[in-house]
Design a protein around this ligand. Structure first.
Ligand code: KG4
Ligand code: ZN
Length: 350
């Protein structure tokens, strides 16, 4: 089963061709970082136009690299939401047009679903498993019972974790994209122990009783610290790196604390000996966060799983893989399926 997958929901144009034995025949991602960086964030209209400019060439390049004809494909998968609607429409309409002209099935992929199934592209993971999905738009804990059977256990009450990274980075004067640049900058903190004392943060809503996240207060705390630190409109770089370190540390501890709660809940429902805990989405690329989640998994004897770094941020491979999972289940879409700016995962459950 050979599927071509298309990702255009944000600022990466991704195309990949994958088969059901997990062989990656081609996988290309074109980042739009350069197009957006002068604006300090993703501009939806520019993103949509850039997808339009590049997508067809990227599809042709992937077919060439994989050395196959479109007629050899068993289906075309494209993200139909959630995401920036202009970009989603470019990818979805291109996917539909390909599927229609080749007379192949069209697989409408939910972007979040592509993220949470992405570790199964690397190895088989038994259902049910737990997922922490942390990206620019979402911070969720989900129970994955099977394909299309997702239960939302926790979400954010305000900003997403990635959004918080991006906003904190901007306040610190770091370039776009914020998350990876803040991680690099935090590594320059010379005295981590002192940083945690100098800039103490606590886990937001630690004792709320549920697993929901809240990150907007943290952003405000960073703004206050930055304002306090500024001398003659310049920021002392050493202190700023320590602030970044402490900020990253509290996000990592928050995600681990909430994940531990979810693992305990999972244990009360299922008796699997070593269930999987999956972290995915762009923020899962962060090494400090990966380490703290790994430690949480060891504590609760969960198997820690994270996609390789290139499959954490948006890419076509995860979409092609989700397409394979959907096609195997017979979940083929009609060509009149809509593009959706919002598409909660619970709405997929049949
Ligand atoms: O999954 P993704 O590529 O796109 C969305 O679906 O949102 O996630 C992008 C988010 C951005 O907020 C970005 O700053 C964050 O993931 N991110 C990181 C790192 N790499 C990407 N955040 C922290 N550390 C990183 N290394
Ligand atoms: Zn994403």
């Amino acid at each position: 089963m050979l599927i071509l997958g298309i990702e255009t929901s944000c600022d990466e144009t991704g195309v990949a061709i994958i088969d059901d034995s997990r062989k990656v025949h081609a996988d290309m991602v074109l980042s739009q970082v350069k197009d957006h960086e002068i604006f300090g964030g993703v501009v939806p209209e520019i993103a949509a136009r850039a997808h339009l400019d590049h997508l067809d060439k990227l599809i042709l390049a992937c077919l060439k690299k994989a050395n196959i004809q479109g007629t050899n494909l068993d289906g075309v998968a494209a993200v139909c939401g959630p995401g920036l609607i202009g970009g989603v429409m470019v990818g979805m309409m291109t996917g539909k047009a390909m599927a229609a002209s080749l007379n192949k099935p069209f697989l409408a992929v939910n972007h979040l679903e592509a993220h949470l199934l992405s570790p199964r592209l690397i190895e088989d993971i038994a259902f049910p498993y737990l997922v922490l999905l942390v990206s620019g738009g979402h911070s969720q804990i989900l129970l994955v019972r099977g394909i299309g059977r997702y239960e939302l256990w926790a979400t954010t009450r305000d900003d997403a974790a990635g959004e918080c990274f991006d906003k904190a980075a901007k306040l610190m004067g770091l370039p776009y994209p914020g998350g990876p640049n803040l991680e690099k900058f935090a590594a320059r903190c010379k005295n981590p122990e002192k940083a945690l004392v100098q800039f103490p943060f606590s886990i937001p809503m630690e004792h709320s009783g549920d697993m929901d996240f809240s990150f907007s207060g943290l952003k405000t705390a960073i703004r206050n610290q930055v304002d306090r630190m500024a001398v003659n409109n310049t920021l002392p770089e050493d202190d700023l790196a320590c602030l970044a370190f402490s900020f990253q540390d509290i996000i990592a501890r928050t995600l681990a604390q909430r994940s531990l709660m979810a693992m305990k809940k999972f244990r009360s429902l299922f008796s699997q000996p070593a269930p999987a805990f999956v972290v995915c989405g762009g923020v899962a690329a962060n090494k400090t966060i990966r380490h703290s989640l790994q430690a949480a998994c060891e504590k609760e004897t969960f198997k820690f799983m994270a996609p390789p770094l290139e499959y954490c941020t948006d890419n076509g491979a995860m979409v092609a893989w989700a397409g394979i999972e959907l096609l195997k289940e017979g979940r083929v879409s009609e060509l009149n399926v809509r593009a959706r700016p919002r598409w909660p995962l619970e709405e997929m459950t049949q």
